[in-house]
Ligand binder design. Structure first.
Ligand SMILES: Cc1cc2nc3c(=O)[nH]c(=O)nc-3n(C[C@H](O)[C@H](O)[C@H](O)COP(=O)(O)OP(=O)(O)OC[C@H]3O[C@@H](n4cnc5c(N)ncnc54)[C@H](O)[C@@H]3O)c2cc1C
Length: 413
């Protein structure tokens, strides 16, 4: 634990926690307007104001702060993807999480406990070997492990799964972990607001004025504002917002559901996932077992949870750990995820000169909150897309240079 945090925890006479300042009236002009007050928009605002001295910034959030997918995700943080550009990008994301509590002076409860993805077939073992080797090549900790090591890492796993999905081994990723999603968003919001960033909740972007290939104004339910630069970081609404700016994005929306059980004594000290069963489990700091899986099978912009998905998640969880059969489900929820054809995000320039994209975060964007915010802020402040973001451009689709991460994203997000 960083020494500053320890000192903070032991100090007496803390002042009561203050919210971010109340939403002021909108100004007529901002140097940067950020659409979306989720983790990504707030992190970009933080890095713009704290690292680049760009402080005339407004974050426009149609609901409440970080109430979109940032509030709904299951907080897996990892970098064991397949393609080198993705691994390098998410590796930077993990390293930002490692330093985040200290950087923000705000405990984001990052718990780097390691992630294990189970292999139930020879084909899975082969693909995990490839991912481990790609990961090592780019400099992350990822290794193919056998069934015996799986049992040592997670003694509670049902290894034969009734003969159907016998566990042959897995991909062990010691860098993986979790963090508290609200704390991440609030930490960035608080530090950005201290530098003068205005955070406007209940402020919905409804359209744009566009002239000569630039956004000239942003129209909201609270009035129209002029903007030097605009960043869209609107989570599940990314496709719709881009459409308002006349930019078709290759994004389709699917609901993604998760649920938690009643609290149990701590027994699961890693993140456990199975792509074959479309299920992953993690025990939260409150003792609840968070259970997640794949998206709903149909496109929909809805946050309703459903019985079939509850059954599917419960089935996967019980196959992995049959002793959970008497445990009660406390909550189930859904978010709208913006999925691209290659299961990688779209970051960087758009066809409009002053309009920047941070989209296509689908089921995997929480782990990128810091790195996407940091690198998008750099892009806006310097007007240049950094090398680490270049492979994620919108243009990759017309150049057929896809970054296929479907397998590496499945179930484990
Ligand atoms: C159930 C579930 C589990 C997940 N698990 C993981 C995981 O384990 N690990 C992982 O890395 N990722 C996970 N994800 C994905 C992750 O949550 C998202 O990719 C990430 O939170 C995206 O952050 P964001 O800030 O871009 O979007 P959001 O947090 O959705 O923020 C976008 C904001 O834009 C606002 N907005 C939308 N339209 C407008 C408008 N017109 N005007 C103004 N504001 C607008 C929304 O209200 C919202 O608050 C999961 C997602 C879900 C739903």
């Amino acid at each position: 634990m960083p020494i500053e945090l320890l000192k903070y925890g032991l100090r007496r006479g803390h002042r009561p926690f203050r919210d971010i300042p109340p939403t002021p009236d909108l100004r007529k002009h901002y140097d940067v307007v950020i659409i979306g007050g989720g983790g990504h928009g707030l992190a970009a605002a933080y890095y713009l104001s704290n690292h680049h001295g760009v402080r005339n910034v407004a974050v426009l959030e149609k609901g409440y702060l970080a109430g979109g997918n940032t509030a709904r995700n299951t907080t897996t943080v990892r970098s064991n993807y397949l393609t080198p550009p993705s691994i390098a990008f998410y590796r930077e994301g993990v390293s930002l999480f490692e330093a985040m509590s200290e950087e923000l002076g705000f405990n984001v409860m990052f718990s780097q406990r390691g992630q294990l993805t189970l292999a139930h077939s020879d084909a899975a073992m082969r693909s995990f070997r490839l991912r481990a080797e790609m990961g090592n090549h780019v400099g992350i900790r990822a290794e193919l492990v056998d069934a015996k090591t799986v049992q040592e890492l997670c003694p509670h796993v049902n290894m034969d799964l009734g003969g159907q999905h016998e566990v042959l081994g897995g991909l062990w990723h010691a860098d993986g972990g979790t963090a508290r999603h609200d704390a991440v968003a609030w930490g960035y919001a608080k530090r950005a607001a201290e530098k003068g960033v205005e955070i406007h909740q209940r402020t919905e972007v409804e359209g744009f004025g566009i002239a000569n290939g630039r956004i000239t104004e942003v129209r909201t339910n609270r009035g129209t504002i002029a903007a030097g630069q605009v960043l869209q970081a609107a989570g599940g609404m990314n496709g719709r917002i881009a459409e308002m700016a006349g930019i078709p994005l290759p994004i389709r929306c699917f609901p993604l559901q998760a649920m938690v059980t009643q609290p149990l004594k701590p027994f699961l000290d890693i993140l456990l996932s199975s792509s074959n069963l479309h299920t992953y489990l993690v025990q939260s700091s409150r003792g609840e077992i968070v259970i997640g899986g794949g998206t709903d099978p149909y496109q929909l912009a809805s946050t309703r949870s459903s019985l079939p998905q509850k059954e599917s998640l419960a089935t996967g969880a019980l196959q992995l750990m049959p002793f959970l059969h008497n445990i009660k489900i406390l909550r189930q929820w859904a978010g709208i995820t913006d999925i691209t054809p290659d299961f990688s995000p779209i970051m960087g320039a758009s066809p409009l000169q002053n309009y920047w994209l941070d989209a296509g975060w689908g089921t995997w964007g929480f782990k990128a909150t810091g790195v996407a915010g940091k690198r998008m802020a750099e892009t806006i402040a310097t007007g240049r897309v950094p090398d680490i973001l270049a492979p994620f451009s919108l243009e990759r689709f017309s150049r057929f240079e896809l970054l296929n991460e479907m397998g590496a994203t499945a179930a484990g997000h």
